[in-house]
Design a protein around this ligand. Structure first.
Ligand code: ZN
Length: 266
């Protein structure tokens, strides 16, 4: 039996939000206003179900500074790309000798799979920190929705495995057979796919929203049941989501914007 509609909120966590009072460590320009529009959407649309994904890291993670050293023995700075050549030449190496071979394998896999380098991010969404929490604007909207409907939103953590990245909630960047949580999450895809309409929103459009939505679309039969809430997501500064938007348009997804109601603006 199909259900009406589901709102999939990707990583609406404090570390990604450019909250003027308390910007996150990896704040996405425009995200604070996106959160307001998402809250308005929840209130007005009252979706049948809400699923929230949570980017979740520990301090030691292959895409964070703690994992990597430069030739001087200093931790690699955030926003540094690391290519296979960089690792092979010794420009960058793992902080832990026993992880060097694996680190080289990981970076080589990224190049083989998508011809891209590893990118080192500022520490963000570290489990247990305030930055890992869902932003208060969304927390309030979801609490109101739960009360009104006597339902529970579902929270799905992703990215806990330090050996691979998890931009997509549905599978890791490099899937590792040894760790089942890094493989394609067919159960979650099927769970979302049983709804007639699936709304996608959250942060960041250029990364976790794009990769999650693309993985979802590659594994379902009816892409026109997916709605991209385009003004409820923003790009990481310096990146764009042109390829993502081309992909969803080609697939036949619906692209919508939330019309802002003035009284909700803060
Ligand atoms: Zn992350």
């Amino acid at each position: 039996m199909t259900k009406e509609n589901v709102l999939v909120l990707i990583d609406c966590q404090c570390d990604f939000i450019d909250d003027p009072k308390n910007p996150g460590s990896l704040a996405v320009k425009g995200a604070y206003e996106d959160m307001q529009r998402i809250a308005q959407f929840i209130k007005e649309k009252n979706p049948s179900d809400i699923i929230l994904t949570l980017d979740t890291h520990n301090k030691m993670d292959i895409a964070l500074s703690s994992w990597w050293l430069d030739a001087q023995g200093c931790n690699v700075k955030p926003f540094t790309p690391i290519s296979l050549d960089d690792v092979v030449s010794g420009k960058y190496r793992s902080t832990i000798d026993s992880l060097q071979t694996y680190s080289e394998y990981y970076v080589s896999q990224l190049e083989v799979q998508g011809n891209k380098s590893l990118f080192i991010w500022p520490d963000h969404c570290i489990k247990g920190t305030l930055g890992h929490e869902v932003h208060p604007i969304i927390v309030q909207a979801v609490k109101d929705w739960e009360l009104m409907n006597n339902k529970k939103a579902q929270y799905v953590e992703k990215g806990q495995n330090p050996y691979t990245e998890n931009f997509s909630v549905f599978k890791a960047e490099v899937e590792l057979v040894k760790y089942p949580e890094t493989l394609l999450n067919v159960d979650l895809i099927n769970k979302i796919d049983q709804f007639n309409t699936k709304y996608f929103a959250g942060e960041a459009k250029s990364h976790c929203v794009a990769d999650s939505t693309i993985d979802f679309l590659k594994n379902i039969n009816n892409p026109s049941s997916v709605v991209i809430l385009e003004n409820c997501m923003s790009d990481v500064p310096g990146f764009n989501s042109d390829k993502f938007m081309e992909f969803v348009k080609e697939k036949g997804c619906v692209i919508e914007n939330v019309i802002e109601s003035k009284k909700l603006r803060m």
